[in-house]
Design a protein around this ligand. Structure first.
Ligand SMILES: Nc1ncnc2c1ncn2[C@@H]1O[C@H](COP(=O)(O)OP(=O)(O)OP(=O)(O)O)[C@@H](O)[C@H]1O
Ligand SMILES: [Mg+2]
Length: 294
C-alpha cells in the first residue's frame, strides 16, 4: 500500500498529492460565508466557526472581504495597520499584513484594499498570486466573510470558493433574499451547490422549517442542491459577547450558541475535499481575478 502511494506520488508534484492523514483536511478548503440580506449573522458565524475549528486542531485563516465595513476587526477589537492595498503597491508582503486574533487565528484584512480589484494590473495580480503561494501550505481552512447581497465582489468570491455557506434567519425577508441570491448565482453563473446555516432560531423545528421552505423552492424552481449544515439558536450571549468585542465561543463557551458552533465546526471537518484544484487558496484568487475581468 505504502509502496503504491510512493509510486503514485512520483507521478505528481508533491504539492498536488497529499495522502490522507486521519482527521486532517488535505488541502486548504475555501468556504465563502454569504447571505442575501444583511445583518443575519455572517461575521459572527465566520469568527466563531473559525475559533471552534482552531479548537478542533485546524489551521484557519479568515478573509474579511466585506468592502464597506471592516467587520472582523471590529468584532474582535483588532486594529490592522495594513491591508491588501499595501501588498498591491509592493510596500508589504502578504504574510506581513496578516493580523493575529484570539487563539492565534489569522485574519487577512482585505476590506479597504480590494475595491479596485477589477482594475488590477498584470504585475499586481502576480504579486497577489505569488504571495498566496506560501499561505496555501500554512492553513487547512480559509473562511471568507463576504458582504451581503449580490454586488460583483460578493458574486466572485462565492464563485471562487469551494463551498458556499448561505446564512439565513427565520425572517421572511431573509428567506426570500437568500433564495434570490442562490437564484442569481445559479441562473447567471451556473452555481449548483449550496449549504445552508439557519441562524437566530428558537429551536431546531424552526430551523428545519426554514430549510424545508428554501429547499422546496430551490428544488422546484431551480436545479440546485441545498445541503443543511445546521442552526445556531437565538442567544443573548452573542450580542453580549459582541459588546465586549469578543467571540461568543471565547466569552461564553458553554452557551447554547457556542455548543452549536462547535457542532457545526465538527460537521465542517467531515465535509469531503473538493477535487483539485477547486478549494485551493491560489486557485480561489485566480478564479476571482478571472471572474472580475469578465
Ligand atoms: N444567534 C444569534 N442570537 C442573537 N443575536 C445574534 C445572533 N447572530 C447574530 N446576532 C446579532 O446580530 C447582529 C448582526 O450580526 P453580524 O454582524 O454577524 O451579521 P452580518 O450578517 O455579518 O451583518 P452585515 O451584513 O452587516 O455584515 C449582531 O449584533 C449580533 O449580535
Ligand atoms: Mg458582517
Amino acid at each position: 500500500m505504502a509502496q503504491k502511494q510512493c509510486m503514485e506520488a512520483e507521478k505528481y508534484p508533491s504539492k498536488v498529492i497529499k495522502f490522507p492523514q486521519k482527521g486532517k483536511v488535505e488541502r486548504c478548503k475555501v468556504i465563502a460565508v454569504t447571505s442575501g440580506k444583511g445583518g443575519v449573522g455572517k461575521t459572527n458565524v465566520v469568527v466563531n466557526l473559525a475559533l471552534a475549528l482552531i479548537e478542533l486542531g485546524k489551521r484557519v485563516m479568515i478573509l474579511d472581504a466585506d468592502l464597506a465595513l471592516a467587520n472582523i476587526d471590529v468584532l474582535l477589537g483588532l486594529v490592522p495597520k495594513f491591508n491588501l492595498q499595501h501588498v498591491l503597491t509592493g510596500q508589504k508582503k502578504l504574510s506581513d499584513i496578516l493580523v493575529e486574533g484570539p487563539r492565534g487565528i489569522k485574519i487577512l484584512p482585505a476590506s479597504s484594499g480590494i475595491m479596485e480589484m477589477a482594475q488590477l494590473t498584470e504585475s499586481q495580480k502576480l504579486i497577489l498570486l505569488n504571495g498566496l503561494d506560501g499561505l496555501e501550505e500554512e492553513f487547512d481552512l480559509l473562511l471568507i466573510d463576504t458582504a451581503a447581497g449580490v454586488s460583483s465582489n460578493v458574486v466572485y468570491f462565492n464563485l471562487a470558493a469551494e463551498d458556499i455557506l448561505v446564512i439565513v434567519s427565520p425572517e421572511p425577508t431573509a428567506i426570500t433574499d437568500a433564495y434570490a441570491l442562490m437564484k442569481i448565482l445559479f441562473t447567471r453563473y451556473q452555481e449548483k451547490s449550496f449549504r445552508l446555516l439557519v441562524n437566530s432560531v428558537h429551536d431546531s423545528r424552526e430551523a428545519d422549517e426554514v430549510y424545508r421552505r428554501l429547499s422546496l423552492a430551490t428544488e422546484r424552481f431551480l436545479q440546485i442542491s441545498l445541503d443543511y449544515l445546521g442552526y445556531i439558536p437565538l442567544d443573548d450571549n452573542i450580542p453580549r459577547a459582541v459588546k465586549q468585542q469578543r467571540a461568543v465561543v471565547e466569552a461564553y463557551p458553554y452557551s447554547q450558541a457556542s455548543r452549536s458552533f462547535f457542532q457545526i465546526a465538527r460537521s465542517i471537518c467531515q465535509l469531503p475535499p473538493a477535487p483539485f484544484p477547486k478549494g485551493n487558496i491560489q486557485f480561489m484568487w485566480q478564479k476571482w481575478l478571472e471572474c472580475s475581468q469578465k
